[in-house]
Design a binder for this molecule. Structure first.
Ligand SMILES: O=c1[nH]c(=O)c2[nH]c(=O)[nH]c2[nH]1
Length: 292
């Protein structure tokens, strides 16, 4: 038996980066969390402690900061691609780079060019993988919280000796969407695509009658793939944020789906992938990202 080094990567995780651009007294801010990971000929540092091929994680952090100054950040996908390609092309030992960027939204406080209010929990995300001269872009949203107060049913499920859940033909359906979509092809307008896909996810959630969160998840992914040829696959993770109608009968009151207890945990966790059967090959890159 021999013991060998398996797959490995290293980098600086969760660089918190805020970039202020000034146009007179009107400022723009970009609030990003950037993580870099490098792969390549890195056996020596693990096996002997020879660090001659290790671009320090501190240097990776500094590169993120310098790149934010040397050119406009632009779309997060372009920023991540620039960083990933830089690491792979400038370091002989580095054959692959993964750059994750989350963008935290801020909105302008009306009437003031340089004051902002946090835009809520929703994040725009990207995960760029560079391998040699190839690159894959997987973008998405995280913590996109949605609720519909009708248009959702759940019934027809098996009943065994442990089942207590009542069937319902009208319930509140709420979830916090994490969606990742893998791009294929070139010449993509990242911002326009993001806006369109986010809109498709929301419209489908809102307008499709739901017999289960699973059915809604599939419909949301399908809507994206039908409308957006630049997307090969959509992966969705959707916790069921349960809203239980409160039993008001002890108080002699009827509850016609008006008063709910919004349970925090446990929650159902519905996850799935929707893809084209002729999607462009994802390479190893997509499959080494988290499935959901
Ligand atoms: O949409 C749902 N899917 C489930 O699988 C499930 N299970 C459950 O208890 N409630 C729900 N709702």
């Amino acid at each position: 038996m021999a013991i060998v080094l398996g797959p490995n990567q290293y980098g600086k995780a969760e660089n918190r980066l805020v970039v202020v651009s000034r146009d007179g007294s009107t400022h723009t801010i970009r609030d990003l969390t950037v993580s870099t990971s490098l792969r390549g000929d890195l056996a020596d540092t693990h096996l002997t402690g020879d660090n001659s091929k290790v671009l320090a994680t501190d240097t990776q952090k500094n590169t993120v900061h310098a790149f934010a100054k040397q050119a406009p950040v632009g779309e997060i996908e372009d920023f991540a691609l620039r960083l990933g390609r830089h690491f792979v092309s400038s370091q002989e030992a580095i054959s692959g780079a993964r750059v994750l960027v989350d963008e935290h939204p801020w909105q302008r406080i009306e009437g003031n060019g340089h004051s902002f209010v946090a835009g809520g929990a929703e994040k725009r995300t990207t995960a760029v993988t560079v391998e040699g001269d190839r690159a894959w872009v997987v973008s998405g949203v995280r913590d996109l919280v949605v609720l519909k107060s009708t248009g959702s049913e759940f019934h027809g499920f098996p009943r065994d000796e442990y089942t207590t859940l009542r069937e319902t033909d009208d319930r509140v359906l709420a979830t916090s969407v994490t969606a990742r979509w893998r791009y294929q092809g070139g010449g993509i307008d990242w911002a326009a695509s993001h806006t369109a896909i986010r809109g498709l996810l929301l419209t489908t959630f809102a307008t499709r009658h739901s017999l289960s969160l699973q059915q809604t998840l599939y419909a949301m992914g399908e809507a994206v793939l039908l409308a957006r040829p630049e997307v090969a696959e959509v992966r969705l993770s959707m916790p069921n944020k349960h809203h239980f109608a409160v039993d008001l009968s002890p108080f002699g009151l009827e509850n016609h789906n008006e008063v709910f207890y919004a349970a925090d945990r446990p929650y159902g966790l519905i996850e799935g992938s929707v893809l084209r059967d002729d999607a462009e090959d994802a390479g190893s890159a997509w499959y080494s990202l988290p499935m959901f």
